[in-house]
Ligand binder design. Structure first.
Ligand SMILES: C[S@@+](CC[C@H](N)C(=O)[O-])C[C@H]1O[C@@H](n2cnc3c(N)ncnc32)[C@H](O)[C@@H]1O
Length: 476
């Protein structure tokens, strides 16, 4: 959540569940909840959506004229309009130096500002990955206050930035006037993500969509946006989709947040209701990482899909629950990691020292995947989840050896001169896998198969935030 945005959002977006007595919801509310659930479940499949139009026109036209399709299109339209107002309001305050504005990046746990040093680390890790591929022609969707533009555009011949918020674009544009060398290679447009039709096919080597997809109305909208931007990429080009919120861990995160916010002594049963309500009224799009693997599998244009948990020594909600995805457009030669030999944490190796010895061995087989490391950063939130009655949906690993902090594995890899990456694990939603090598890996290789296919979560791969607008009913 960015911007002094949280406070605006609470006013601007419809509440899925209004503040009523928890134990005694009235029947009207119960009916509204049921309508929301039915509408969310009954959304038309991705393939029915077609991105059309110009700014301000209908978001998605559907090929059937059913009332549900019309309601969904209207809800998506309303969703974009609402977020446009939210972000315009958020950007209306004064801005810090160009590309250095982290106002409103607040912790969901206690509302305090995430320290600027942690935000810089978050930004720098993502920028480093994008720059590793030496981008020259970049499209950034959701350019915001220019945190990425300022660092990437100086290396490019052309940098096109778009944003839903006209105020963001106008302010950034004004700031760029003081930087003529940069200004001449940058082009800015105020428009929603799905409007890319007027940009020439094959004209970019990189598309950046960082910390933006959570404001999309649905996964169908995201699918339409990704399909559109793949058309804009040259062969071998990449889409960097950064800072995606993990749906599989939503319940764990929400339990941690609700426990932190509830008065001391709140009963576990009440906490369970609060967690369920918060999940039902979630107004951001969360995605199972498998969504991206499935999208890549369906879309003949994608040669490699690389999904990694976020880097950073800072232990905060961004490094616990978010991930980055890189899709590389075919044709391109890829580095396949799915077949890398694997050892299980807790049985084959149980300490960093054992792992270091194994990797330093001259005979070590690389690449090597170490599977099922309990993610040490989730422990507090998992224990909040464990207090709740009822079976949760987070897929838990069998209890194994505790693992060190995820960044320890990156430090070990760096010490041994090995390429290192962390991703979500098949062993459990509460675990990560770490891959070391291959020895000749380069930062800009197109890796694929890093993320292992996950067993199906017995639910959808995304929530549908715009269903909240459907629940609120038609607006005049
Ligand atoms: C959290 S900020 C991220 C800004 C920047 N990408 C960064 O990482 O610093 C989210 C940005 O996405 C923009 N945004 C939200 N929904 C959008 C949409 N549907 N199309 C384009 N931009 C959108 C917002 O206006 C806002 O500037």
């Amino acid at each position: 959540m960015s911007g002094a945005v949280q406070a605006f959002v609470e006013d601007a977006l419809p509440d899925a569940v209004p503040d009523a007595e928890i134990e005694d919801r009235d029947t009207e509310q119960a009916r509204a909840d049921e309508r929301l659930r039915r509408l969310a479940a009954g959304l038309p499949p991705t393939g029915a959506a077609v991105v059309t139009g110009t700014a301000g026109s209908s978001v998605r036209a559907t090929d059937t004229a059913s009332a549900v399709d019309a309601a969904v299109a209207a809800a998506e339209e309303e969703w974009l309009t609402t977020w446009r107002s939210v972000y315009d309001a958020s950007y209306a305050g004064s801005w810090d130096a160009m590309g250095e504005d982290f106002t409103g990046w607040n912790s969901s746990y206690d509302g305090s500002a995430i320290p600027v040093a942690e935000m810089r680390e978050w930004r720098d890790a993502a920028v480093e990955r994008i720059l590793a591929a030496a981008p020259r022609r970049v499209l950034e969707i959701g350019v915001g206050s220019g945190a990425f533009l300022v660092r990437i555009a100086p290396h490019c011949e052309r940098y096109v930035g778009t944003d839903l918020s006209p105020l963001a674009v106008a302010t950034l544009d004004r700031q760029l006037e003081a930087h003529p060398a940069l200004r001449q290679r940058v082009e800015l447009h105020a428009r929603p993500a799905h409007l890319t039709d007027d940009l020439p096919a094959g004209s970019f080597d990189t598309v950046v969509i960082n910390s933006v997809v959570q404001y999309f109305p649905s996964d169908a909208y995201l699918t339409a946006v990704l399909t559109g931007v793949l058309r804009l990429l040259a062969p071998g080009g990449r889409v960097f989709i950064g800072d995606v919120r993990n749906l599989r861990l939503q319940e764990c995160f929400t339990a941690g947040v609700q426990q932190r916010q509830a008065p001391a002594g709140t009963a576990a049963a009440t906490l369970r209701v609060l967690v369920d309500r918060a999940i039902e009224s979630e107004n951001e799009l969360l995605l199972d990482p498998q969504y991206f693997a499935d999208f890549a599998g369906r879309c003949g244009d994608v040669a490699a899909v690389d999904i990694r948990t976020k880097r950073g020594v800072a232990d905060n909600e961004l490094t616990r629950y978010r991930y980055d995805v890189v899709l590389t457009k075919a044709p391109v030669s890829v580095v396949e990691l799915a077949t890398a030999p694997a050892v299980a944490w807790g049985s084959a190796v149980a300490t960093l020292e054992e792992l270091a010895t194994r990797l330093a061995d001259a005979e070590a087989v690389l690449p090597l995947r170490v599977t099922g490391m309990p993610n040490a950063r989730l422990l507090d939130d998992l224990s909040a989840l464990d207090r709740l009655p009822g079976a949760g949906v987070v897929r838990r690993s069998a209890a194994g050896s505790p693992a060190p902090d995820p960044e320890e594995f990156h430090r070990l890899g760096a010490r041994l001169g090995l390429w290192t990456a962390t991703t979500w694990s098949q062993a459990g939603d509460d675990c990560i896998d770490v891959l070391f090598g291959p020895p000749d890996a380069k930062l800009d290789d197109a890796f694929t198969g890093l993320f292992p296919p996950l067993p199906p979560a017995n639910r959808q791969l995304a929530n549908t935030p715009s269903a909240l607008a459907l629940q609120a009913g038609p607006s005049e």
